[in-house]
Design a protein around this ligand. Structure first.
Ligand code: ZN
Length: 263
C-alpha cells in the first residue's frame, strides 16, 4: 500500500519536473520505427513498398517523392538559412537495420534548430545514406547526411549534406565509434556531440518539396539540399559501407516540380 502510494505520488509530481514526452517513452530500449519490414532491394524493395503496408501507400502512389536528381534549378530570392546547433550529450547511436541514426528528444522549443526566415524547425534526428540519395546534375556523392526537423506547425524540413571523400570528420567519427553492427542501439556515456561539426560553412541551398525517402514516404517535406559538400575520409566511408553497402532509395520522378536555388 505504501509502495502504491509512493508510485502515485511520483506520478503526481512527475509532470512538474520532467518534460511530458520523456515520461511516456523509454528511449533506453531499442524499438524499430517500422511495424512492417521493408528493404531497398528484393521482394520488399523500393518498387513494392506500397504493397507491404497501407500506411506506405504514398511510397509508390505519391506524386512528390524523394530523392530527386537536382538539375535546371531556378535561382530565386530565397531566405538565408541558419543552424542553431549546439553541443549536447550523445546518448544513443542506433542501427535501425537501414541506417545509422541519432535521435533528439528535446522538449519543444529546446535543443537544436534550423532557422528559415522567421520559422524555426527543431532537430529530431539525423542519419546517413551510402551512396547519396540526391543527385546533382546526374551525379551522386559517396554519402549524404540527412538532418530531419519539425516546426511547431508540424511541417517537416530535411537538410541534406552531401559527403565527399577527403579529410576525416571528427563529429561523424564520434557516431561511428559507437555504431552497433547489428540492429540495436548502443548507449554512449561521456560524449558531447555538436551537429554543427558536420555542416559546411556556406549554407547556400537547393529547395524542393518532397517526402521522407523511406517508408511511410510521407509527403510535404521541405528539402534543403546544401550546395557545399562536407568531407569524410575514405576509411570512414568504408566503415559505414561495411554495414550498409547501399542504403539509398532510387530517384523519383519530378512530376513537374521545380527546384529552386538560393542566390
Ligand atoms: Zn534519409
Amino acid at each position: 500500500m505504501k509502495f502504491a502510494l509512493l508510485i502515485l505520488a511520483s506520478f503526481l509530481l512527475l509532470p512538474a519536473f520532467v518534460p511530458a514526452q520523456d515520461t511516456d517513452t523509454d528511449y533506453s530500449r531499442y524499438v524499430s520505427p517500422w511495424k512492417t519490414p521493408w528493404d531497398y532491394e528484393g521482394p520488399q524493395g523500393a518498387q513494392h513498398w506500397s504493397e507491404l503496408d497501407p500506411d506506405y501507400a504514398a511510397c509508390n502512389k505519391g506524386m512528390e517523392q524523394s530523392p530527386i536528381d537536382i538539375r535546371n534549378a531556378r535561382k530565386a530570392d530565397l531566405p538565408a538559412i541558419r543552424f542553431e546547433y549546439k553541443s549536447s550529450p550523445l546518448k544513443y547511436v542506433i542501427n535501425n537495420a537501414h541506417t545509422i541514426r541519432v535521435n533528439y528528444h528535446d522538449a519543444p522549443g529546446e535543443g537544436n534548430f534550423l532557422v528559415v526566415g522567421d520559422k524555426r524547425y527543431q532537430l529530431t534526428q539525423f542519419h546517413f545514406h551510402h551512396p547519396s540519395e540526391e543527385h546533382i546534375d546526374g551525379k551522386r556523392y559517396e554519402m549524404v547526411l540527412h538532418l530531419m526537423h519539425t516546426a511547431a506547425d508540424q511541417e517537416v524540413a530535411g537538410v541534406a549534406v552531401l559527403l565527399k571523400r577527403g579529410h576525416e570528420n571528427a563529429t561523424i567519427q564520434q557516431v561511428w565509434d559507437h555504431m552497433p553492427d547489428i540492429e540495436a542501439q548502443e548507449e554512449v556515456v561521456g560524449t558531447e556531440l555538436d551537429p554543427a561539426g558536420m555542416m559546411p560553412h556556406d549554407t547556400g541551398y537547393f529547395l524542393y518539396t518532397g517526402s521522407l525517402s523511406a517508408p511511410p514516404c510521407t509527403e510535404a517535406v521541405k528539402w534543403f539540399v546544401l550546395k557545399t559538400p562536407v568531407e569524410i575520409s575514405a576509411a570512414q566511408i568504408q566503415q559505414f559501407a561495411k554495414l550498409y553497402p547501399r542504403d539509398a532509395r532510387p530517384l523519383q520522378p519530378l512530376n513537374g516540380r521545380v527546384v529552386q536555388e538560393s542566390q
